[in-house]
Design a protein around this ligand. Structure first.
Ligand code: NAP
Ligand code: MG
Length: 400
């Protein structure tokens, strides 16, 4: 069989534990036999990050900026216990945080929908993608306890002098909090959202609370609108998609009554909370994809789950595991499809979509991993182990 050729390589970031095992199985069974796979390989597994003093993570992030498209396996975020377990030289930062900082991106999370695993909200027919602003607000908040009566003020100092605003005059004890954001970060967030909406042909909603935070959330609203009007209005119209700002209360009411199929851009805290609600309501974290999109249009695809440590130790002891490979397969298909799109390689785009259909068809035929079997309403399900599930997808793919 002639393999599908590729022109530009994808940045391949290998990872840790069970997802590293799955990574190799996916490549061997589902990709290498069909695609003349071109990748620039970076081993982000914890031992190699330690050997290179984490330089490999920075090199991978730079490669992602250079080549435009990357795919990343789940990685261990080091903590005190991991430092001991892996005899690390030091406690490295989360690779995702390093890559996010280098690409200055926004993370988009979307569920993969299959028959038999029904969303808790019956009207939802298509995925709802949550875009979370990943900088500032309460995550960089400065908070303190007010011990007793007194004034809390905020002061802005510039070269020309200082202006002070009264926060509250306390009659007794209390608490106070200051949060911030920057125009540059909000602009990047907005551009990433507009780029992603165009790239996935979906409507974009941005929701905040500008009726209460007239300046703070008003600035977000204003920045989104002015960038949209200047740079995206015509492109959205040509693509047949829309952008609208809506009050967050109204957005929630509309999300619950919607059929799905749109992107919901959220401020940092709203995105943190709402993405967990959406993931749970659609069924499973193992069926969630995640893509980091930079304002310049660089893409990094991954699964939303971690390295599935408990399954890895079972695998290590020689026991069969039933780890769900779907989100990792979709990270690869997302990256291959985007690469195909950028390179005008239709055969590669078609293959990516076919592998996605084969994955879904396999589950819908009743062959699935244990986590899915536990929540699927399909009759006559068969629980497969990790390897059998990937082989079953290959079988389906070969008949398509
Ligand atoms: P996790 O790896 O997502 O796993 C938590 C549990 O969720 C698993 O034990 C398993 O439950 C279930 N699960 C998750 N993915 C699954 C899959 N594909 N198939 C079947 N079941 C799945 O989260 P964690 O245990 O909190 O974190 C483990 C390691 O991953 C940590 O070192 C963390 O730093 C890292 N992590 C990395 C990323 C990333 O790279 N993006 C994200 C999150 C966490 P059962 O055991 O009950 O079957
Ligand atoms: Mg959360």
């Amino acid at each position: 069989m002639v393999k599908i050729p590729m022109t530009t390589p994808i940045v391949e970031m290998d990872g840790d534990e069970m997802t590293r095992i799955i990574w190799k199985m996916i490549k061997d069974e589902l990709l290498l036999p069909y695609v003349d796979l071109k990748t620039e390989y970076y081993d982000l597994g914890l031992p190699h990050r330690d050997e290179t003093d984490d330089a490999v993570t920075h090199e991978a992030a730079a490669a992602n900026r250079r080549l435009g498209v990357g795919v990343k396996c789940a990685t261990i975020t080091a903590n005190a216990q991991r430092v001991e377990e892996y005899h690390l030289k030091r406690m490295y930062p989360s690779p995702n945080a390093t890559i996010r900082a280098a690409l200055d991106g926004t993370v988009f999370r979307a569920p993969i929908i299959v028959k038999g695993i029904e969303p808790l909200v019956p009207s939802w027919k298509a995925p709802i993608t949550v875009a979370r602003h990943a900088y500032g607000d309460i995550y960089k908040g400065v908070e303190f306890r007010v011990p007793g009566p007194g004034k809390v003020t905020m002061t802005m100092e510039t070269a020309d002098g200082a202006t002070t605003s009264l926060v509250h005059e306390y009659q007794g004890p209390g608490i106070a909090l200051a949060t911030h954001n920057t125009v540059a970060s909000i602009q990047s967030f907005a551009r990433s959202c507009f780029e992603y909406a165009l790239s996935t042909h979906q409507d974009l909603w941005f929701a905040a609370k500008d009726t209460i935070l007239k300046v703070y959330d008003g600035e977000f609203k204003e920045i989104f609108q002015s960038i949209f009007d200047a740079d995206y209005k015509d492109r959205f119209a040509a693509a047949g998609i829309g952008y609208e700002y809506t009050l967050i209360d109204d957005a929630i009411a509309r999300v619950m009554r919607s059929q799905g199929g749109f992107i919901w851009a959220c401020k940092n805290y709203d995105g943190d909370v709402m993405s967990d609600m959406i993931a749970t309501a659609f069924g499973s974290l193992a069926m969630m994809t995640s893509v980091l999109v930079s304002p310049e249009g660089n893409y990094e695809f991954e699964a939303a789950h971690g390295t599935v440590t408990r399954h890895y130790y079972r695998h290590f002891r020689g026991e069969a595991t039933s780890t769900n490979a779907v989100a990792t397969i979709f990270a690869w298909t997302g990256a291959l499809h985007k690469r195909g799109e950028l390179d005008g390689n239709q055969a590669l785009c078609d293959f990516a979509k076919k592998l996605e259909r084969a994955t879904i068809a396999t589950i819908e035929s009743g062959r699935m991993t244990g986590d899915l079997a536990a929540s699927s309403t399909l009759p006559g399900k068969t629980v497969l182990n990790t390897q059998e599930f990937i082989k079953a997808i290959k079988e389906t793919l070969e008949t398509m």
